[in-house]
Design a protein around this ligand. Structure first.
Ligand code: NAD
Ligand code: TYD
Length: 354
């Protein structure tokens, strides 16, 4: 038995594969990843020579390739992470988001449906298609609104969240129409090791260490609900193992924080762990033009996954953010490697002026 992971060279996917294979009894992983700017084989370096990890460089939109992988490896589950994931990039170039997040998920669902149709008995009953999604599909909350429950209406506001919402709807429809055994998880903002430094937390860490400005959008009072990536991975494992077919589960850490507080926390940890003789890192905080259509607040009601599956996060924000800052301090080579690639060109093009 194997599992097929898509997007397993990205931030969350690589953490998921590493955590999965940390269990000596775990099933092998076939890891299908197109290695876009966000995919990094270095994230998986510790699995070199591990026969339980089979990396495949390919696109989820390549139907023939996916069919061939399913026929060869006969996975008992597909865990689907592959996506374009950055809101700012989706504003500058939405096309890639429609291609991978919508069309790619459609292709993967069709391939999974055809493969599942060939299965029988226990193998057919055990098969799962687990779709990894985001809380951003629910839109933006007002300060007094309750956190997002699974029953909230979908109100996506960015090209990214619209493309993820579309993919969630496809997954739902493939269950209701064709009976495909699907599970969907909608998670809040993740942070932790291997997070690409275009997203808020890793960008602030690497910029601070380089003495560069820390760009805070608008007034910095937008709220996100932060979850340590390894807790997201344990939530996915819990849903994959025991989630009810066709259901969605919200995953979050009950950790609502304003962006400015996040940036100040990162600065304070760096002041403690890697003091800068030039002064406190918070001197680098710079307010820049707000993101168009910027969602004001996300927050997750994670009671369903706790009630049904007993899942709770292991980290508090304080323990998780300390581990994360320490990880970046301990991995300057990984940061340098990422920064010397396509990421740098994109940053130059889009962030150069600020
Ligand atoms: P990421 O951008 O770091 O990684 C995406 C991975 O998918 C990369 O390895 C990339 O090479 C691969 N990929 C992209 N297009 C592909 C294609 N067409 N075929 C095959 N592989 C392709 O993203 P992430 O932050 O790890 O997010 C993973 C998933 O989790 C996404 O579906 C995202 O929507 C969801 N999610 C992310 C967060 C978050 O805070 N990062 C929160 C909730 C949900
Ligand atoms: P991001 O990490 O891009 O995640 P998302 O947009 O999916 O929530 O951004 C998190 C928050 O931080 C978001 O409100 C935008 C803000 N932000 C900044 O203020 N400055 C930055 O340089 C970045 C990348 C994000």
């Amino acid at each position: 038995m194997t599992i097929l992971v898509t997007g397993g060279a990205g931030f969350i996917g690589s953490n998921f594969v590493l955590d999965w294979l940390a269990d000596p009894a775990a099933e092998p992983v076939v890891n299908l990843d197109a290695l876009t700017y966000a995919g990094n084989r270095a994230n998986l370096a510790s699995l070199e020579g591990d026969a339980r990890h089979h990396f495949v460089h390919g696109d989820i939109g390549d139907r023939a390739r996916v069919d061939q992988l399913l026929a060869t490896h006969r996975p008992r589950a597909i865990v689907h992470f592959a996506a374009e994931s950055h809101v700012d990039r989706s504003i500058h170039g939405p096309g890639a988001f429609m291609k991978t997040n919508v069309e790619g998920t459609f292709t993967l669902l069709e391939a999974a449906r055809a493969f599942w149709g060939t299965l029988e008995g226990d193998e057919k009953a055990a098969f799962r298609f687990h779709h990894v999604s985001t809380d951003e599909v629910y839109g933006s909350l007002k300060p007094s609104d309750p956190p997002f429950a699974e029953t909230n209406p979908y109100e996506p506001n960015s090209p990214y969240s619209a493309s993820k919402a579309a993919s969630d709807h496809l997954v739902r429809a493939w269950h209701h129409t064709y009976g495909l055994p699907v599970l969907t998880t909608n998670c809040s903002n993740n942070y932790g090791p291997y997070h690409f430094p275009e997203k808020l937390i890793p960008l602030m860490i690497v910029n601070a260490l380089a003495g560069k400005p820390l760009p805070v959008y608008g007034d910095g009072q937008q709220i996100r609900d932060w979850l340590y990536v390894k807790d997201h991975c344990s939530g996915i494992r819990a849903v994959l193992a025991g989630g009810r077919l066709g259901e969605t589960y919200n995953i979050g850490g009950w950790n609502e924080k304003a962006n400015l507080d996040i940036v100040q926390t990162v600065c304070a940890l760096l002041d403690e762990l890697r003091p800068d003789p030039a002064g406190p890192y918070s001197r680098l905080i710079t307010y820049v033009t707000d993101r168009p259509g910027h969602d004001r607040r996300y927050a997750i009601d994670a009671r369903k996954i706790e009630r049904e599956l007993g899942w709770r996060p292991a980290e508090t924000f304080e323990t998780g953010i300390r581990k994360t800052v320490q990880w970046y301090l301990d991995h300057p080579d990984w940061v340098a490697d990422v920064q010397s690639g396509a990421y740098k060109d994109w940053v130059g093009q889009h962030y150069g002026a600020r």
